[in-house]
Design a protein around this ligand. Structure first.
Ligand code: FPP
Length: 257
């Protein structure tokens, strides 16, 4: 009998399968599944979040290596304030310790940190640490890492509508001039391009109030991998899948080719 050899894609050729000239410019990730990951191991949710920070580190490193220009991570939503206080405290403590630990790595790798969301709502210590790292890395140009913290897309849009209507009322702008670009300028993400690829881990297939305006034409990628298990290879897989999609932006296939 003649044996048929099947070559499964290896870790190495998955990276090589990425077309460097067609990388997504902006990747946004809904990091989900920390709690379930910990539960599967018979551990407390905090253990899942702690291990989630390792996946954050590896993802940031991999994106920078690949040449991704913008990476946005959904780290804490407006709805997450409804979690038990002990879990919120753990997440805030992890944020401060990660920021302190990673400041030099961010600087050495020329990564600029930014944050979107209602940052005033964060505990003072977190807010202070965050602003400090943002200030220290503000001139870095290799990649912009944005943390969505106390972030909710509906809240962001409500704020934008309020600001714009205030300007209209005070004759600073005319309602005739309200267009996409004006709305963009009133969002937390005013300095970021539209999202090209959204990744959500843990098998859930929803957007959960994340960047609703900014993902209008993003490709969505869902994986069952729980966030603490998310590896370089999982990221390569997502990018390879993204590159297989035809992004038509409402046009026909023929127009695109
Ligand atoms: C979702 O898992 C994850 C979060 C709400 C927080 C993400 C935070 C981290 C990865 C750690 C700190 C972040 C940074 C940027 C240093 P879940 O708790 O909803 O998991 P579950 O759905 O399984 O319960």
């Amino acid at each position: 009998m003649v044996e048929t050899l099947v070559f499964a894609p290896t870790k190495v050729n998955l990276k090589e399968a990425i077309n460097k000239s067609r990388l997504p410019k902006h990747i946004a990730i809904i990091m989900d599944g920390n709690g379930r990951w910990a539960k599967q191991k018979g551990m407390l949710r905090a253990f899942g979040h702690e291990n989630g920070t390792k996946a954050v580190r590896q993802t940031v490193e991999t994106c920078a290596e690949l040449g991704i220009k913008y990476l946005t991570l959904y780290a804490f939503s407006t709805e997450n304030w409804n979690r038990p206080k002990i879990e919120i405290d753990t997440l805030m403590r992890l944020l401060v310790s990660s920021l302190k630990k990673e400041i030099n790595t961010l600087s050495d790798n020329k990564i600029k940190l930014s944050a979107i969301g209602n940052l005033e709502a964060l505990p003072k210590k977190v807010h202070r640490e965050l602003l400090e790292v943002i200030e220290l890395t503000k001139n870095n140009e290799r990649m912009t890492l944005t943390l969505a913290l106390s972030y909710g897309s509906r809240e962001e849009l409500i704020n934008a509508v309020k600001e714009i209507s205030h300007k209209v009322k005070n004759n600073i702008i005319s309602s005739e001039n309200i267009d996409e670009s004006l709305i963009n300028k009133h969002l937390y993400t005013q300095n970021l391009p539209d999202v090209d690829l959204v990744i959500r881990t843990s098998g859930e297939q929803r957007i959960s109030n994340f960047l609703l305006w900014q993902i209008a034409y993003a490709e969505l990628y869902f994986t069952s991998v729980l966030w603490p298990d998310f590896t370089k290879e999982n990221l390569y897989e997502a990018i390879v899948e993204y590159q297989k999609r035809e992004r038509r932006f409402g046009k026909t296939s023929e127009q695109i080719s």
